[in-house]
Ligand binder design. Structure first.
Ligand SMILES: Cc1cc2nc3c(=O)[nH]c(=O)nc-3n(C[C@H](O)[C@H](O)[C@H](O)COP(=O)(O)OP(=O)(O)OC[C@H]3O[C@@H](n4cnc5c(N)ncnc54)[C@H](O)[C@@H]3O)c2cc1C
Length: 511
């Protein structure tokens, strides 16, 4: 019988030192220790995408698995806390809703609390919005933050949180971590790749100054270009622009605003949307748009007009094609990060997919043979994850009632995947949320977007009628009262940061 230890991986080469490269290097260094050499090649000449500032709560588990000090992490990355996303003008101009991390109260008889709210809303026309029962929404409305307390889920700790951080500082923080654990960093530009003549496995990358870096396993974190996965193996790319037409972005930091919001803001614009991400030292801003519906100059003007402080730099132009690499793992090459696909940052999912991908690589870690069963399974789950996230993002566009621009009229009438159609129909007809990906966005997240965009279900779960209506009404009233009281006693987000995790001042940015 063969064991994996017959041919253990002796050397890993990570190509790219952006967020994906260092996020891959750190856990591999921790897991493999001295058993395997790890080299990361990056090119300052090419640089990194450098954006990617909003995350999902899972980033906390990634950090925890590395044993990072939570306070040091916040200070070193100029991070703030994120309770969710405020969406403005998405369903129609003037529409506002919040997608918070957490539920709308503890579940009742194993059913999500919002299912019961739907009945109350049917019975009582003046019932407050379901958002009143989301602790995260209530905190965001009042600009409060404190981490949830206690291990037992209760009415006032039914929320979670993530971070906004400076992507460059996060990569640098992980770089120090990885290098302290033995990862070697090579600076240089890869200009050629060597392959084994029989197997086609990559044997080495060659730098333009003649240096050669050999290895057994190559992790392609080279960004959109997919230097190895596409450049060497022509993995192919599924282009999803027909369903997610945005293909451009401009990003610009501005001076920090007086109000440090514990959430990201996403405001729909005539041909896309703008983001606002508050950090301790500055605010990150960007405009994601489709260049078939607006020009770059106009997009830049919209971005700069919406800043809440003076711009600290000129807007940076980015282009992308939304979609997914057909295979992320081929032979001894595994693509992680932008090299494996890209979905616009509307729900801050790219870093989350990086966390997942590195976790799955460690789960299905190969020996030097890189058995095809391992790569097939990895490719299956990565592909699925991209599809689930894609559907969730399309939902935001498809359900709009906006018809004030060609872009929104296109989104309203564009074709969507059957899986998403079934999700929308199920909710509209029955008030039930179909979840295809138990590890992805949960039912409360889908509920927030569907309801926020104005989909009111025709029916609700009939088993909810088994609960006495008066009892239900009292339960919800009491719950709302506890949430209001608990949130009222929480500290302001900026005060919480100043008291517990304030970062040292940063040198001023070049103007
Ligand atoms: C507009 C925009 C906004 C975003 N916002 C968010 C967000 O809020 N949240 C989120 O989760 N994600 C976001 N993302 C995605 C996020 O930025 C990326 O997932 C993340 O930065 C990972 O990028 P990367 O490391 O894969 O690629 P890159 O940052 O492009 O890094 C590529 C690396 O490869 C190296 N390289 C390339 N070619 C060579 C070569 N020939 N030789 C040597 N080295 C080479 C480069 O030097 C670089 O180090 C956003 C993306 C965009 C475009």
């Amino acid at each position: 019988m063969h064991t994996s230890s017959d041919k253990p991986i002796r050397k890993i080469v990570i190509v790219g030192g952006g967020t994906a490269g260092w996020m891959s290097a750190a856990p591999l260094a921790l897991k493999l220790g001295n058993s395997c050499e790890i080299v990361l090649v990056e090119s300052p000449e090419i640089g990194t995408v450098g954006v990617g500032e909003a995350t999902l709560p899972t980033i906390r588990y990634y950090n925890l698995a590395l044993g990072l000090d939570a306070v040091e992490f916040v200070q070193k990355t100029q991070a703030t806390f994120k309770l969710g996303i405020e969406f403005k003008d998405w369903g129609h101009v003037g529409n506002r809703f919040f997608h918070g991390f957490g539920d709308f109260g503890p579940s009742i008889e194993n059913r999500s609390a919002y299912v019961y709210w739907l009945r109350l809303a049917r019975e009582f026309k003046d019932i407050p919005s379901y958002e009143e029962w989301s602790v995260a929404s209530a905190m965001a409305r009042k600009n409060r933050f404190v981490p949830p307390f206690g291990d037992t889920p209760g009415p006032t700790n039914a929320y979670s949180y993530a971070f906004h951080f400076d992507a460059g500082l996060y990569a640098a923080f992980l770089r120090d971590y990885a290098m302290q654990r033995g990862v070697k960093r090579v600076e240089g530009k890869i200009s050629a790749v060597e392959q084994h003549p029989d197997t086609g496995f990559i044997t080495a990358v060659k730098l333009d100054d003649g240096r050669r870096v050999d290895g057994d396993l190559f992790i392609d974190c080279s960004g959109f270009r997919g230097l190895l996965i596409e450049g060497v193996y022509q993995a192919g790319y599924d282009d999803w622009s027909a369903m997610l037409p945005c293909n451009s972005a401009q990003a610009v930091p501005c001076a920090k605003a007086a109000k440090l919001t514990p959430y990201t803001t996403s405001t729909a614009q005539a041909a896309g949307w703008t983001w606002r991400i508050p950090l301790q030292h500055r605010t990150g801003n960007g405009h994601v748009y489709c260049d078939a519906f607006t020009g770059d100059e106009e997009a830049g003007r919209v971005l700069l007009a919406g800043l809440d402080g003076p711009a600290l730099d000129a807007p940076r132009q980015l282009r992308f094609t939304t979609g997914r690499r057909r295979k992320s793992w081929i032979k001894n090459c595994v693509a992680i990060g932008l090299s494996s696909g890209f979905l616009e940052p509307l729900e801050s999912t790219s870093i989350n997919i990086i966390e997942n991908a590195i976790g799955w690589l460690i789960q299905y870690f190969p020996d030097r043979d890189c058995r095809p069963e391992l790569s097939a399974e990895f490719n299956r789950i990565v592909s699925q994850r991209y599809e689930f996230v894609r559907d969730f993002i399309i939902l935001h566009y498809k359900l709009t009632d906006r018809d004030d621009s060609e872009f929104w009229r296109y989104c309203k009438h564009m074709p969507i995947p059957d899986t998403l159609r079934q999700q929308i129909d199920m909710f509209r007809e029955n008030g039930q949320v179909v979840i295809y990906d138990p590890q992805g966005f949960n039912a409360s997240s889908h509920f927030s977007i569907l309801m926020g965009l104005g989909v009111v279900p025709k029916r609700y779960d009939p088993l909810v009628d088994l609960m006495d209506l008066r009892q239900m009404q009292l339960h919800f009233a009491k719950l709302r009262e506890s949430i209001t009281q608990a949130v009222g006693a929480m500290p302001d987000h900026a005060d919480y940061i100043a008291r517990h995790v304030a970062a040292p001042p940063m040198p001023p940015m070049a103007q």
